[in-house]
Design a protein around this ligand. Sequence first.
Ligand code: KG4
Ligand code: ZN
Length: 324
Amino acid sequence: MLVLGVETSCDETSLAVLKDGAIVSLRVASQEALHRPTGGVVPEAAARRHLEVIRFEAEAALAQAGQDVSDLDAVAYTRGPGLLGCLLVGSSFGQGLARSLGIPAVGVNHVLAHVHAALFDQAPAFPLLALVVSGGHTSLFRFRGPIEVELLGQTRDDAAGEALDKVARLLDLGYPGGAALERLAESAQGEGILFPDVRLAGARPDFSFSGLKTAARQVIASGAPGPEVARGFQRAVVGQLVETTLKALMPTDRMLVVGGGVSANRTLRRAVRERLRSVPVLLAPLPLCADNAAMIGRLGWEMLRAGIETPLGTPVRARLETLT
Ligand code: KG4
Ligand code: ZN
């Protein structure tokens, strides 16, 4: 089955061609330069840019795959969560293309797709625990099959990436700042500032990063050196991610999967491997950590194989916590 994946939920216009769930071509047009001057994504500007480039990117993805548009068997696009205007561009394009070709379209949950980004190279074993850690989301799921999923916990305030980006901004590292903060942390001479060890009480494996962010603001205002702040803050964020994941892990879980933009962080990748030794750990490959259409095409393919299609006229969702 030849699937075109379409991702436009935030600031990447990404198109991919997948054959039977494997990547044939992948294009990611980042809007980073467009949004850098404003220090964050301007939704209206993002949606316009998606609209300008989506057709070109789709044609380029097909050309790179050596396929004609008429070869497509289905289109998978991001239905949510994300910025409404941005989602509308991808869903209109995906649904319109599918309708014109007389093939099915499927609307995909972007957060769940971040988990599938880790499943290209290795077959998953179920049930598995999955951590998605990105600029917009920090969530733990249990998958009992490729599309049988339960939300276990999530952040009660900021996403981990959002907190990293905000602290990076306070340190004048630009936007998005997660990767720059990681580099600054590596230049620290000492062990880094000690931040409080935040772990929420209660049975739900939820996260909270806003208190840490406030602490970082105060420490920066008091004149602490940037590299020490970066190192300590990153350690605190990673510590909470890893310990909360450990709390959610059940003896019956056969695997841990980690995906999302922040999963590119080396300190996090190392900490996950060191702290969660009782299960095989699958980390999204670096090129597929951030937003991309390959993961959308992959989850869409799994949904299509299970007989799920999304009818024309189905609304996009800024918030979407279920599979469909
Ligand atoms: O998954 P993603 O591309 O977009 C969302 O769905 O949100 O994640 C983007 C986030 C940003 O917050 C960015 O700062 C963070 O991922 N990020 C990193 C690193 N690379 C990207 N955070 C920490 N360390 C990195 N190396
Ligand atoms: Zn994402």
